[in-house]
Design a protein around this ligand. Structure first.
Ligand code: NAD
Ligand code: DAU
Length: 350
């Protein structure tokens, strides 16, 4: 049975994807991850002895390594998650974002293109390069604007969003110019287990538990469209199996919430699951993120109508499970919140 090659499979979404894949599918996964600060093998501890999971530490920009992996394992698809993913880090320094998200994606596309040329006509027809992208490429919405569709013009506002937009364009170009069988997904904000606690939801949970302040940027009224990570992973499998080559698919939760509402919900769940001092009193409004996008909302009509996907988790129960997961996995938190993490917190929240 032909494997799939996943990049960035030790990060938040990638590791959830690998775990879900190995639970639901018979075919193996080759997992290429550089193990940056955001990549964590502890996420994959439960499949460490599963012979269907082959982990390789390496860079997507290493053409020699990637070509040799493709030649050896002959995957039927590449699912490309690997990226620098945190907007605030891209504001402090965009170098790694350019290197991985733009140059890395280009090198991966080149390796894929060379590999596809070695396949038989039948195998070539089956092969897919699935690029995982974000709704942030579309920019920011006003309060009454319609949600982003697949034809909304790109207007990225942060260095992170611009690097992802650039990668999306390169993926598109490899299809139009070289016929590489690509698919692209643009998803809204994910939440769930194994998310690195630099992102808003796990940061608020971890800070709440340790009675640190809950730093809400600006007025807290920026809106995000939240989707449980398992629903994102299911959408990716749907697009891989049923998506039309060359098409892009928006994925989202149809769940718009202001940041302040989300933080209040986290406080309420913490008070219930770990009764104690007033979590709400830890909320502090801090300096806003430069260029902070006001509102994201994703129109998921295309993937629902054409491919039959719909999210299964609702935000209230999904958030509750997520808070419970962090409370039950203190060892995981201690493992990922190393010295480097503390350096980041003092740079960002000084
Ligand atoms: P993450 O930061 O948690 O994980 C990224 C992973 O990529 C890490 O394991 C890291 O080690 C690896 N990596 C980084 N540079 C690499 C390189 N050069 N070579 C190989 N591996 C490398 O990110 P995430 O939140 O899981 O996001 C995964 C993908 O989904 C990204 O492409 C992101 O843009 C996209 N996305 C994320 C969200 C979200 O809400 N988190 C929403 C939509 C789209
Ligand atoms: O929309 C999809 C994107 O969602 C992905 O492409 C990104 O990889 C992912 O990181 C996420 O980007 P955001 O910038 O929306 O996520 P973040 O968790 O960093 O922030 C969510 C909101 O919360 C945003 O409006 C900023 C705000 N925030 C964030 C942090 C870290 C705060 O108010 N305080 C904080 O400390």
């Amino acid at each position: 049975m032909k494997p799939i090659l996943v990049t960035g499979g030790a990060g938040f979404i990638g590791s959830n994807f690998v775990l879900n894949w190995l639970r639901g599918e018979a075919s193996p996964v080759v997992n290429l991850d550089k193990l940056t600060y955001a990549g964590n093998l502890a996420n994959l501890a439960s499949v460490a002895r599963d012979s269907r999971h082959v982990f390789v530490q390496g860079d997507i920009a290493d053409r020699e390594l990637v070509s040799s992996l493709l030649k050896t394992h002959q995957p039927r698809a590449i699912i490309h998650f690997a990226a620098e993913s945190h907007v605030d880090r891209s504001i402090h320094s965009a170098d790694d974002f350019i290197r991985t998200n733009i140059e890395g994606t280009f090198h991966l596309l080149q390796s894929a293109r060379e590999y596809v040329e070695t396949l038989s006509a039948d195998e070539r027809k089956q092969f897919r390069f699935l690029h995982i992208s974000t709704d942030e490429v579309y920019g920011s919405l006003g309060p009454n604007d319609p949600a982003f569709t697949e034809t909304t013009p790109y207007a990225p506002n942060s260095p992170y969003a611009a690097s992802k937009a650039s990668a999306d364009h390169m993926v598109r170009a490899f299809h139009h110019t070289y016929g590489l069988p690509v698919l692209t997904t643009n998803c809204s904000n994910n939440y769930g287990a194994y998310q690195f606690p630099e992102k808003m939801i796990p940061l608020m949970i971890c800070n709440g538990v340790t009675q640190k302040r809950l730093p809400v940027y600006g007025d807290g009224m920026n809106v995000r469209d939240w989707l449980h990570v398992n629903d994102h992973c299911a959408a990716i499998v749907t697009v891989l199996e049923r998506g039309v080559v060359g098409e892009t698919y928006n994925i989202g939760g149809n769940c718009e919430k202001s940041n302040l509402d989300v933080v209040h919900e986290i406080c309420a769940i913490l008070s219930e699951l770990r009764p104690g001092p007033g979590y709400e009193s830890l909320i502090e409004f801090v300096k806003d993120r430069p260029g902070h996008d006001r509102r994201y909302a994703v129109d998921t009509t295309k993937i629902r109508r054409e491919l039959g996907w719909a999210p299964q988790e609702n935000f209230t129960s999904g958030l509750r499970k997520t808070v419970a997961w962090y409370l039950e996995n203190q060892a995981w938190i201690e493992n990922v919140t190393s010295g480097a993490y503390r350096d980041w917190l003092s740079l960002q929240y000084k």
